[in-house]
Ligand binder design. Structure first.
Ligand code: ADP
Length: 202
């Protein structure tokens, strides 16, 4: 089984590419969603958060108090590292289960969709990195258009990620998504075909 690590900066089009890969029948692990679930109400991760930071970081309904935690990790770098370690360990275990399940089912390929794939060292766990690339200006424009994020917030998020040019050194395939989406998706289908060969589209 070929393990593809799909990554890209904020608003590069990574989720759009992931949706296309799902449409083509490839199993896709969504690390963003897994991170949210890792600290969902009643989860093992949330219990670890309570143990580490105290029950005041949970709401009255037993959910993670995201605002309070965000304020804490913004001012306290050690707390940020602790929170990341909790979430990372759970998401990693889930990704490994996902791959094991895909192997059991005889999937020819599986995708790990991970925004910080390279920053977190996950590129070492995959056979090939697929990078979705757009310019910083386009990232800002699309992020603001998509969710009404303030320009300064998008810039801060971009600054916290590895620059695109550095990421390219790790990528086996780079999808330039600065043009029409249909061209990017055609390139994606082409790459899938290369990997799956005759199995593609069955
Ligand atoms: P990511 O998952 O990398 O944050 P998304 O896939 O959500 O990014 O894409 C960010 C935004 O840009 C979405 O609103 C998406 O519809 C849009 N988008 C993606 N590709 C293109 C493209 N080639 N041209 C214009 N808009 C695009």
């Amino acid at each position: 089984m070929i393990v593809i690590g799909l990554t890209g900066g904020i608003a590069s089009g990574k989720s759009t590419v992931a949706a296309e890969l799902r449409k083509l029948g490839l199993p896709v692990f969504d690390a963003d969603e897994a991170s949210r679930q890792a600290v969902a109400a009643g989860s093992e991760g949330l219990a670890m958060v309570r143990q580490t930071f105290g029950s005041e970081y949970l709401t009255a309904t037993g959910d993670l108090d995201r605002e309070k935690v965000a304020a804490l990790v913004f001012r306290d770098a050690q707390a940020l590292r602790q929170l990341e370690a909790i979430v990372h360990q759970i998401v990693l275990a889930q990704a490994e289960n996902f791959l094991q399940e895909c192997r059991k089912q005889g999937c020819p390929a599986a995708v790990l969709d991970v925004p910080l794939l390279i920053e977190c060292g996950w590129h070492k766990k995959v056979d090939v990195v697929w990078l979705v690339a757009v310019s910083v200006q386009e990232q800002i424009r699309r992020a603001m258009l998509r969710s009404g994020m303030a320009e300064a917030d998008v810039k801060r998020r971009i600054a916290a990620q590895m620059p695109l040019e550095d990421k390219k050194a790790y990528a086996g395939v780079v999808f330039d998504n600065s043009g029409e989406l249909q061209d990017t998706l055609a390139a994606v289908r082409q790459e899938v075909k290369k990997i799956l060969g005759e199995d593609f589209g069955r």
